[in-house]
Design a protein around this ligand. Structure first.
Ligand SMILES: [Zn+2]
Length: 260
């Protein structure tokens, strides 16, 4: 019997960045430590899926390759003995200036703009040398279901090739930007040669190796919401069909409430 790995999805890690997608180093350390105390062992995304373990397995992933992951998360995870997994949007790696796409653009031009700096290829190589996995997060971070067939091939294949050429290792995994994918995107991901791909759904049921669900951890989670998110009871509920019914009910209630 193998246990379903618990796969967390972080983005930036900073003591001062107030963005919803950033967590403080203190929270990251406390959150990962809690799971290690509960008997989880840390490994990388592909390793966890390729060699499923009967033990409780924890995977800590970081989307977007913010430099703050190198500066703030690496020392913590090193100390805790957990290798991370970074999903890199390859057009921005080593680029001058901030990364930019809808969702983070509001921080450009303000005091927190430097938080949007991506790592360089040399920095990603350093992480890989330390046992971290580097996967693709496409080239330009688009919503893949909105791309046409040709653009999909470029976003998926070119980013994979760049990772492999620059790091000298197989790029086996992908995280869909915004967690957005559909059947056509899944087929293109398979055709591009990825073996595993990460989503970010509300419902945690596994749809196969190219639809691997993760639990997103955000600024406002702190420890109290985080404990609920990683609790076995909630994870089991989010994997069940009952969750879909609850979600539909919640969406309906929101629609009714928001009616003019
Ligand atoms: Zn992203």
């Amino acid at each position: 019997m193998t246990a379903t790995p618990l796969i967390l999805c972080y983005h930036a890690v900073s003591p001062t960045f107030p963005a919803p997608l950033s967590v403080t180093p203190t929270d990251l350390e406390r959150q990962v430590t809690l799971l290690l105390r509960r008997g989880f062992t840390g490994t990388t995304f592909t390793q966890a899926l390729e060699e499923p373990s009967p033990r409780r397995t924890l995977v800590v992933t970081f989307d977007d390759a913010y430099r703050s992951v190198l500066e703030s998360a690496l020392p913590i995870l090193d100390r805790l003995g957990v290798p991370g997994t970074v999903f890199a949007p390859t057009d921005f790696i080593g680029g001058e200036g901030p990364m930019t796409w809808p969702g983070i653009d509001q921080w450009i031009g303000g005091p927190h703009e430097p938080e949007l700096t991506a790592m360089s290829w040399a920095e990603l190589a350093e992480l890989a040398d330390r046992g971290w996995e580097v996967g693709s997060h496409t080239c330009s971070h688009p919503r893949l279901p909105e791309e046409d067939d040709d653009e999909l091939v470029v976003e998926l294949s070119r980013s994979k090739r760049h990772c492999e050429e620059r790091l000298g290792r197989e790029c086996a995994s992908l995280a869909y930007p915004y967690g957005a994918y559909d059947a056509r995107v899944g087929a293109a991901t398979r055709a591009a040669g990825y073996r595993f791909a990460a989503t970010l759904p509300s419902r945690l049921d596994h749809g196969g190796p190219l639809e691997v669900p993760r639990v997103g951890v955000y600024h406002r989670d702190g420890m109290s919401r985080y404990r609920v998110k990683v609790s076995p009871v909630l994870r089991a509920l989010r994997s069940s069909s009952a969750w879909a019914v609850l979600e539909r009910g919640r969406a309906r209630a929101t629609r009714l409430r928001d009616r003019p």
